[in-house]
Design a protein around this ligand. Structure first.
Ligand SMILES: Nc1ncnc2c1ncn2[C@@H]1O[C@H](COP(=O)(O)OP(=O)(O)O)[C@@H](O)[C@H]1O
Ligand SMILES: [Mg+2]
Length: 216
């Protein structure tokens, strides 16, 4: 099972990916919790280039290709082997973030992004994608309060202007509309416990988890 967590900064993706991973492990499911950009040794090196430094450090196209260089490595070395072994892969951000950030946010042709996806990942999609939606200013405030230590230098995307973050939010909503089977929109204002329950319910209703002994 391949589950991805998508949405803007500070919407609770990492929080929920971790809660779900912990609770799935408790019921004996073999889980790989991973993230993008990053998630494999090579991709983590590329992540460092992407999430640090000045906002205008990369041209849009360099950013797209670095994201896909990282994704190619992550897919090959982490995600695909885990899925092939029958594990659950929970991924904190994946290709929808590239469509939102570089496509809706920075105007890259979405057909080109789709082509990269098909060549690098292939004809396979996440089984479930949870898209977290939240007022941009609330999300950025949460993200800033979270930042400390190493996270401070990882703020390149958080530092982009509000209009960019508004485009992202609208882009993610479009992605949900276009992929209603795969995507579930999550109201990120809800208490983390409620969000977790919602996620479990979707996994249960769509047959990925049994209804017995829900891991709450
Ligand atoms: N549902 C929620 N309501 C309020 N605060 C939350 C919620 N989920 C997460 N947070 C807090 O908001 C901050 C950002 O959460 P995080 O999971 O890191 O977001 P993301 O990974 O989407 O950027 C953290 O301090 C976290 O504890
Ligand atoms: Mg996060």
């Amino acid at each position: 099972m391949f589950v991805t967590f998508e949405g803007g900064e500070g919407t609770g993706k990492s929080t929920q990916a971790l809660i779900l991973a912990d609770n799935l492990k408790k019921i004996g499911i073999d889980v790989v919790l991973t993230r993008e950009p990053g998630g494999s040794p090579g991709a983590e090196l590329i992540r460092n280039l992407l999430v640090t430094g000045s906002v205008d450090r990369w041209s849009t196209m360099s950013e797209v290709l670095l994201m896909y260089a990282a994704r190619a490595d992550h897919w090959q070395n982490t995600i695909k082997p885990a899925l092939d072994a029958g594990k659950w892969v929970l991924c904190d951000r994946f290709a929808d973030s590239t469509v939102a950030y570089q496509g809706y946010g920075r105007g890259v042709n979405k057909g080109f992004l789709q082509l990269l996806y098909l060549h690098i990942v292939g004809d396979i999609e996440p089984n479930f994608t949870f898209v977290f939606d939240l007022d941009v200013s609330v999300g950025l405030k949460r993200a800033n309060s979270r930042m400390s230590g190493d996270a401070i230098v990882e703020g390149r995307f958080e530092a982009m202007d509000i209009a960019f973050h508004e485009r992202l939010r609208a882009g993610f909503l479009e992605i949900v509309k276009k992929n209603p089977k795969r995507c579930t929109l999550i109201d990120a204002n809800l208490h983390p416990r409620e969000v977790h329950r919602l996620i479990l319910r979707v996994l249960q209703e769509k047959g990925a988890l049994s209804w017995g002994n829900p891991p709450v």
